[in-house]
Design a protein around this ligand. Structure first.
Ligand SMILES: CC(C)(COP(=O)(O)OP(=O)(O)OC[C@H]1O[C@@H](n2cnc3c(N)ncnc32)[C@H](O)[C@@H]1OP(=O)(O)O)[C@@H](O)C(=O)NCCC(=O)NCCS
Length: 162
């Protein structure tokens, strides 16, 4: 859901950070979110679904990673008009050993530059409202919450123009 389709479908916007112990993090993005979601559905999830059991809608029966198995079978594909000024989106994740050293900023700025160079006017991303350190990080990089009724309650989407 969060790495494979980006590597395969959007390799120009997938970067890793290498450290002394190997890969220590990644930044990945999609230039044109609706186009990416169309290709993700057709060229990625349709094949994976045949191998992954659908755990159903009743969360009380979910175990382990069923939450992501559910996403594979029913992805949110969220791109309401409120996000259209920010058509790209991205993900970032660094191992603890690589955090707090400025690599997150360098990595994400590298991704934003690549998206901007390819013609994108802006990007959005989803973050857990409980992930206070990631929210602080994104704010430092110029992202602000998108307040819109078109987005699901309980989530947090942040965005910025380039
Ligand atoms: C969030 C994450 C990518 C940040 O990367 P990082 O390398 O630790 O961040 P940096 O050291 O480059 O910091 C960049 C800026 O963010 C600020 N920042 C980072 N973490 C912060 C925190 N917890 N509180 C306040 N500010 C923070 C830094 O002070 C820095 O500010 P400056 O550049 O203006 O001096 C990284 O911590 C991470 O991978 N976390 C776990 C995965 C995750 O939560 N991913 C996001 C999922 S949506």
């Amino acid at each position: 859901m969060f790495i494979g389709p980006y590597l395969v479908l959007e390799p120009k916007f997938a970067f890793v950070l290498e450290g002394p112990n190997g890969v220590a993090g990644y930044v990945m993005g999609a230039l044109d979110t609706p186009d990416f979601y169309r290709r993700m559905e057709r060229d990625w999830l349709a094949k994976i679904r045949t191998r992954v059991k659908n755990p159903g809608d009743d969360e009380s029966h979910w175990t382990g990673s069923d939450w992501v198995r559910r996403l594979i079978h029913r992805p949110p594909y969220l791109y309401p008009p409120a996000l259209h000024p920010y058509p790209s989106h991205g993900h970032v994740d660094f191992l603890p050993e690589a955090r707090g050293l400025g690599w997150g900023r360098r990595g994400f700025e590298h991704l934003m530059q690549a998206l901007s160079d390819a013609g994108s006017p802006g990007m959005h991303l989803d973050v857990s409202p409980h992930n206070h350190s990631a929210i602080a990080f994104y704010e430092k990089l110029g992202f602000a919450p998108v307040n819109s009724d078109e987005l699901p309650p309980g989530g947090l989407t942040m965005a910025r123009r380039f």
